[in-house]
Design a protein around this ligand. Structure first.
Ligand code: HEC
Length: 255
């Protein structure tokens, strides 16, 4: 049993290879879904439909020049109303969001284009625009994700992603990669970048440049996942037994 980790894929029982492959298959799908989710929830916050560093700065750190209302109207809510009414709302916000103008200028737009979804019956989790003071919650300065939200998301991430990369990394230990240090770097990368990723969510609140650390961490994590996924699948099913692997299937330890 102590030598199990050193056995090359080709020498593992068929049942184990099938198990490993199925796990990788589902994790691969899950990874794609996670990427779509990141895109859906962050892209377009800065007005440009692509996902950018600016989007993440706004998502985590908030938008010093804006409000939740403006961020939403430049992002996911942009198509909910005609452009000139949207501009009218921006002008109102930029001129100090005067409360005395709400009734005549802003409320009619909300009633016509927004209340269908933004009312407690339709969706209790959205800001309620059926009453005038529902607007207040989205016209305060956009501070990004709150610390309690970040804490909730980070502990889930830390537990679940560690679990995923333990399994993927464990499968990958059966691959032959030279030099050995490279194999170790690939195995360690997701865990280290998980820490830098999550730390950067908080640090983006202090200095928005840390949004780039979020992006770089995510990119490195994805690269490590891709390398482990394809190398494992390839060496398990397609590649021939590499020359370095001994007669007994063992991957030599030292090198
Ligand atoms: C078709 C339903 C629908 C309509 C119409 C709609 N919204 Fe939304 N709105 C949503 C949903 C769903 C969300 C939350 C998901 C998201 O952010 O994409 C949301 C989120 C928001 C948010 C962000 C709330 C927050 O707490 O971060 C704001 C602000 C907002 N909408 C404003 C508006 C305004 C202003 C209008 C009218 C011009 C409007 N919405 C029209 C469905 C709608």
């Amino acid at each position: 049993m102590s030598s199990l980790n050193n056995v090359h894929f080709k020498f593992l029982p068929m049942s184990m290879r099938v198990l490993f492959s199925m796990v990788l298959l589902v994790f691969g799908l899950a990874y794609c879904m996670a990427m779509i989710q990141v895109w859906e929830s962050h892209a377009g916050k800065d007005g440009d439909p692509m996902l950018s560093g600016k989007d993440l700065m706004i998502a985590y750190g908030g938008n010093p020049n804006g409000t939740k209302l403006e961020t939403a109207l430049r992002g996911p809510m942009a198509d909910m109303l005609p452009a000139e009414k949207r501009q009218m709302i921006f002008d109102w916000l930029h001129n100090g969001a005067k409360p005395e103008e709400i009734e005549a200028k802003i409320n009619p737009v909300l009633q016509e284009h927004c209340v269908a979804c933004h009312n407690p019956e339709a969706n209790p989790h959205l800001p309620n625009f059926s009453k005038a003071d529902g607007l207040k919650t989205v016209t305060a300065k956009d501070e990004g994700m709150t610390i309690p939200t970040l804490v909730r998301v980070s502990h889930i991430h830390l537990f679940s992603i560690t679990f995923i990369f333990f399994i993927v990394g464990f499968i990958f230990t059966h691959a032959l990669i030279r030099p050995t240090w490279l194999k170790c770097v690939v195995i360690a990368t997701p865990f280290l970048t998980l820490i830098t990723d999550i730390a950067s969510w908080y640090l983006t609140k202090v200095w928005e440049g840390f949004a780039w650390a979020v992006i770089i961490s995510g990119a490195l994590m994805g690269t490590a996942f891709t390398i482990m996924w394809f190398t494992s699948m390839y060496q398990m099913w397609i590649g021939k037994v590499p020359q370095d692997v001994g007669e007994d299937g063992k991957i030599p330890c030292i090198r």
